[in-house]
Design a protein around this ligand. Structure first.
Ligand code: ATP
Ligand code: FE2
Length: 327
C-alpha cells in the first residue's frame, strides 16, 4: 500500500510543509520564507517566531492541496539539524504536536542528507553531490555506510557569502538570486580563487568583491565575476571528487543550485568528463518539507528503528554523523 509522508522543514529561514507518497509523487510543497529587515542578517528567534506563526496555515494548505485528511498521513518527518536552535525547536514541536494529535509515527532526520536524497529521486544511484546552500558548502559521496564529506568550505557557506556581499552592496535578502539577476558582463574582475586541496574558502572572495564596489567597479560586472569565481571553485572540487572516487554521476543540491550559471558550469564539466549531471527542480533545491519527508520514508522503508535521539534537535548534526542504513 502506498504510504503518505508529511515532511517539516524549519532549520533556518524557511518554514516548509511537504507531502510526498512512497512512490515519490509530490502532492504538496508549501513554503514560507522569513525575510529579515533590510541590512540585517537572520535573527534566530525572529525566524522561529515567523515559523510558529506560519506553520498552522502551511499544514492546512498542504493537506488541502493534497486533498487529504490528517489521518491519511502515515509518517511525519522533521529536520532535526543542522540549523538554528530556536528554528529547529519550532519545527520539532510542530511535528510532535501533529504526530501525537493524529497518532502517527514521527522521526527527525538530517537536513543536509535530505538535500542529497531528493537528488537521487531524479534518477542518480551513486553520485557525487555538490551541495551549495546558505550555511553549507560540501562535496559529498557515499562510501562505507556514510555520506562522506570529501571537501567543504573552511570558512563561510557560499550562499551566506553571496547574501552577505549582496547585503553590503545594498541589495536585499536573499542575495544569491538578486546577484544572479544583475550578473552581466564580459569583464572578469580578478578575485581571490581559494581552493585548498579538496576544501574551499569564500570569505576573502566576498571581502574583495565589496572592495571592488567601493573602488567604483560596476555592480553587474562584480556580480558576474563573483559567480564565475565561486562556481568555478565549486566545480573544480567536484570534478576532483569525481576523479578520485571514479563515480559517474553528479547531483546538485541546496539553494545555490537554483542558479542557472552554476547549473550550466556543472553540466559542462560533467559532459566533458562523460558524467551524468542531475539537477532537481528549483523548489526542491531550496529548503523544503518534501525532501525531509522523502528521507524519512527512505529510512523507515529500510526498517530504521526510531530512537529517543530522533526526538531531539541537534544544531551541529553533520552530514557524516548519519549512519546510512537504507542503501
Ligand atoms: P542549509 O541549511 O542547507 O545550509 P539554507 O537553510 O541556508 O541551507 P537553502 O534554501 O538550501 O537554505 O539555500 C539558501 C541559499 O541559496 C541562500 O543563501 C540564497 O541566497 C541562495 N540562493 C537561492 N537561489 C539562488 C540563486 N538563484 N543563485 C544563487 N544563490 C541562490
Ligand atoms: Fe538547506
Amino acid at each position: 500500500m502506498s504510504e503518505i509522508i508529511l515532511g517539516i522543514e524549519s532549520t533556518a529561514h524557511t518554514a516548509g510543509v511537504g507531502i510526498i507518497t512512497s512512490e515519490g509523487k509530490i502532492l504538496s510543497n508549501q513554503r514560507s520564507v522569513y525575510i529579515p529587515d533590510k541590512g540585517e542578517g537572520i535573527h534566530p528567534r525572529e525566524a522561529a517566531n515567523h515559523h510558529s506563526e506560519k506553520f498552522p496555515i502551511l499544514f492546512k494548505s498542504a493537506l488541502e492541496e493534497a486533498n487529504l485528511s490528517p489521518k491519511e498521513i502515515t509518517l511525519v518527518s522533521y529536520a532535526r539539524g543542522p540549523g538554528l536552535g530556536p528554528c529547529l525547536r519550532t519545527g520539532a514541536t510542530a511535528a510532535r504536536a501533529f504526530a501525537y494529535a493524529h497518532n502517527i509515527p514521527f522521526l527527525g532526520v538530517n537536513h543536509c542528507v535530505a538535500h542529497l536524497e531528493i537528488g537521487l529521486l531524479e534518477g542518480a544511484t551513486d553520485p557525487v553531490l555538490l551541495y551549495l546552500s546558505g550555511a553549507n558548502t560540501q562535496v559529498i559521496a557515499y562510501a562505507a555506510g556514510r555520506y562522506r564529506v570529501f571537501g567543504e568550505t573552511i570558512d563561510i557557506g557560499i550562499g551566506n557569502g553571496l547574501d552577505k556581499f549582496a547585503r553590503e552592496a545594498g541589495m536585499g535578502f536573499p542575495g544569491g538570486p538578486k546577484l544572479e539577476k544583475i550578473a552581466e558582463g564580459d569583464e572578469l574582475i580578478d578575485l581571490p580563487y581559494s581552493v585548498k586541496g579538496m576544501d574551499l574558502a569564500f570569505s576573502g572572495l566576498m571581502t574583495a568583491a565589496k572592495q571592488k564596489v567601493d573602488a567604483g567597479h560596476s555592480l553587474p560586472s562584480i556580480a558576474y565575476s563573483v559567480q564565475e569565481t565561486a562556481f568555478a571553485m565549486s566545480c573544480e572540487v567536484s570534478e576532483r571528487a569525481l576523479a578520485h572516487t571514479g563515480k559517474t554521476e553528479l547531483v546538485l543540491g541546496g539553494g545555490v543550485a537554483c542558479n542557472s550559471r552554476l547549473r550550466e558550469m556543472a553540466m559542462t564539466m560533467a559532459e566533458e568528463r562523460g558524467v551524468k549531471c542531475f539537477v532537481p527542480e528549483k523548489a526542491l533545491c531550496v529548503d523544503n518539507g518534501v525532501m525531509i519527508g522523502w528521507l524519512g520514508y527512505q529510512m523507515m522503508a529500510a526498517d530504521y528503528e526510531i530512537t529517543d535521539d530522533d526526538n531531539r534537535v541537534n544544531q551541529k548534526y553533520r552530514t557524516d554523523m548519519v549512519e546510512v542504513t537504507w542503501r
